[in-house]
Design a protein around this ligand. Structure first.
Ligand code: BGC
Length: 703
């Protein structure tokens, strides 16, 4: 970090009250006011996280409909996380940062790093995992990558924004230990380990206070404890009170309405400063943070050296493809049904998701993609004209009427949950589609179903009401499997879905989240065996909703309040403690290849423990495997927790030494009395495996 403090004070002295206030609130839907006479430009922002969003009019939720704001559509957070590949998370960041800069932005509103507390949360597709360690490791890489391009990574949504139902007002009642260990971890780490320059404060309340003006959350935790000196930007419309927001360590108020001068931190603040209700020091501190950030990204100071970025390059598309490939998870492959043989004569492709584009939906994460390769397009381009590829939709997705008003304009009104009630007309259509598919299936030896969700349910502002597949898909899949048990099923979803109805019948199942513009190419490469799958689940796939901790205690989505009574028992921790067998566990994912594991040992250097092994690819495919390290303090009542992982690529026949380091942090817990993290001494059980359910070797050692 550089030291700009003197320059900052110089600039601060020259600013008028009005100029300062102009810099701390939206003067457009995605920008603040600059101060031209001092060379301070407006701060320009854009959503993330799946790419740089299209441009809007400054004062209305109307796209500008330009032809120069198409951009690279990157895989979503849950897809990137499924790669378990730190380097790909970093490359994702590099692409996003370069594209943001290329489009002239200063702040990219990404990554989205909330913890997946319930599979129903509509924004899980943006988030990375139910596990804080995995989320943190990947988020650190993402932020490093983004900020290389002199752009602020504004990570969101701080904090405990784990549901969309009542997101604008819900009060999350949660223990400090739970926040520190589960919900804060990734935010804390991107500040400490990646010098993140931006944090977006969430809509919801925590323990009675709105995140965007909570003095405990922003002043104490973020600024005092974590020493954060850069930008805190409110979520759009998350500020409700001038004095509270002014005195809290929030720097910029953004919102969705165009009455910019009337924002809490606009004219109302000028008045309160003038009549002495708010001390000018609060305002000055915000300006200091903003100026400091501007120097860091070279909007001020050495502006001639600022990176110019680039967008829609071939390199960016290649990275989108690489991530997509590794984000695909092979859940089942009985009798080696996969990969399919490219020399087949005919193929039946079933399912609306085979042809649907997803880029331009989902809420603020929507992307105006330069292109999007659908699964069907990917298959056809892979197979060429000699293979007869037949497509039918199989399930009917009722089209929604187009809204006259952009959803974001209405986003400060709570949305009502949409119940899936199908009209008679829809039911008739569903039956027709199903019958057509089942009839055709009898004629085909090779069938692929592209099933799952779309952004009607993986959507900002709304949670799902259950984990079942919509549009009668369970029935379709079961019926097709009856006709042809070798049918390959790809399930697309941003978070866990229930597959229990047909999981037993199916032989070959692939899963992925939204994997971006190269979806079809990546899926075709996996399905036809050009590349072995290597993705692993970052969320537990359960047999039923009540298996998840928040649902088992009836605390999702709550009403005005939601109590996190499950405490740290989020995701797989709960499944382990309660010994509930999931359908597919955390960390799970198969390969076309096989591996052998040998020479397990550990050694210690100062505070670091190193877990060593050799990994050999003994199968017929070049492939990657991810070694995972889980630990547990024998004397404590906690379950195994992920504390290390390493993804290793091996050509067939190749052997590599793998070494995973556990530092002090791995053995630290939040001590509620000391109010800080402290190492818990004692005997630790260390489990090494390729998923939570496939532990290959265990040690015990004393820390
Ligand atoms: C979302 C944020 C987003 C902002 C601006 C809000 O509705 O919660 O994630 O960055 O809008 O589009």
């Amino acid at each position: 970090m550089n030291n700009y403090e003197q320059q900052i004070e110089e600039v601060l002295k020259q600013l008028t009250l009005e100029e300062k206030v102009g810099m701390i609130h939206g003067d457009g839907l995605f920008q603040t006011k600059g101060v031209e006479r001092l060379g301070i430009k407006p701060l320009k922002m854009s959503d993330g996280p799946m790419g740089v969003r299209e441009d809007f009019q400054n004062g209305a939720w109307m796209p500008l409909n330009q032809t120069d704001d198409y951009s690279t559509y990157l895989p979503s957070g849950s897809a990137i996380a499924s790669t378990w590949n730190n380097n790909l998370a970093y490359k994702y960041g590099q692409v996003l940062g370069r594209e943001a800069r290329g489009r002239g932005k200063d702040v990219i509103l990404a990554p989205s790093i909330n913890i997946i507390r319930s599979p129903l949360c509509g924004r899980n597709f943006e988030y990375l995992s139910e596990d804080p360690f995995l989320t943190s490791r990947l988020a650190v890489e993402m932020v490093k990558g983004i900020q290389e391009s002199d752009v602020v990574a504004c990570a969101k949504h701080f904090a405990a924004n784990n549901q969309e139902t009542n997101r604008l007002s819900v009060d999350v009642v949660v223990k400090e230990k739970t926040l520190e260990e589960i919900y804060f971890k990734a935010f804390r780490d991107i500040i400490k380990k990646a010098n993140a320059l931006g944090i977006m404060s969430a809509y919801n309340k925590i323990n009675g206070y709105f995140c965007s003006h909570s003095k405990w959350l922003l002043n104490k935790v973020l600024r005092d404890d974590w020493k954060f000196k850069h930008l805190v930007i409110s979520d759009w419309g998350a500020v409700h009170d001038t004095k509270e927001a002014a005195e809290a360590a929030l720097d910029i108020e953004m919102s969705v309405t165009n009455d910019f001068d009337d924002y809490n931190l606009a004219n109302p603040l000028i008045e309160k400063v003038k009549n002495g209700e708010v001390a000018i020091e609060h305002l000055d501190n915000k300006i200091r943070n903003i100026l400091r950030t501007m120097y860091e990204i070279k909007m001020l100071g050495a502006t001639e050296n600022r990176k110019s970025g680039a967008y829609n390059t071939k390199e960016h598309q290649n990275i989108a493809y690489e991530i997509a490939l590794e984000g695909i998870v092979l859940l089942k492959n009985k009798d080696n049904v996969l990969p399919l043989n490219k020399t087949i004569n005919k193929l039946l492709v079933i399912g609306d998701n085979a042809i649907r584009h997803h880029s331009n939906k989902g809420g603020s994460a929507e992307i105006k993609a330069l292109y999007e390769i659908s699964p069907l397009l990917g298959l056809r381009t892979k197979l060429g004209g000699n293979v007869d590829v037949k497509f039918v939709k199989g399930y009917y997705v009722p089209e929604k009427a187009k809204d006259d008003v952009h959803w974001q304009e209405l986003s400060l009104e709570e949305r009502v949950k949409q119940e899936k009630v199908y009209s008679e007309e829809i039911k008739v259509k569903q039956k027709e589609y199903l019958e057509e598919a089942v009839k055709l299936a009898q004629e085909y030896e090779n069938i692929i179903i592209f099933a799952g969700l779309n952004h009607e349910s993986d959507l900002e502002g709304q949670d799902r009401s259950d984990i079942k597949l919509p549009y009668e898909q369970d029935r379709l899949i079961s019926e097709i499997l009856k006709v042809n048990p070798n049918t390959v099923i790809h399930v697309l979803s941003g978070s866990a879905v229930d597959m229990s109805q047909w999981n037993g019948q199916a032989k070959a199942i692939l899963w992925s989240s939204y994997i971006g513009m190269e979806t079809g190419h990546a899926l075709a490469s996996i399905i036809f065996g050009d590349v072995s799958p290597s993705g692993k689940l970052t969320q537990t796939f359960a047999e039923k909703l009540s298996d998840y901790s928040s649902h088992s205690i009836g605390e999702f989505p709550g009403n005005d309040k939601v109590h996190y009574y499950e405490e740290e028992s989020v995701g797989y921790r709960h499944f382990l403690t309660k010994q509930i067998k999931p359908l597919y566990p955390f960390g799970y994912g198969l390969s076309y290849s096989k591996f052998s594991y040998d020479n397990f040992n550990w050694d210690r250097e100062n505070d670091e423990y190193r877990i060593n092994l050799t990994l050999k690819n003994i199968g017929d495919f070049d492939a990657s495997e991810t070694i995972q390290v889980y630990i547990r303090n024998i004397n404590a009542e906690e379950p195994m927790i992920l504390k290390g992982f390493e993804k290793v690529f091996l050509k067939k026949g190749e052997t590599k030494a793998v070494s995973i380091t556990l530092d002090n942090e791995a053995f630290s817990y939040y001590d509620e009395e000391l109010k800080q993290f402290a190492v818990k001494n004692g005997v630790y059980q260390v489990a090494i495996g390729t998923s939570l359910e496939n532990i290959i070797h265990q040690f015990e050692f004393f820390v």
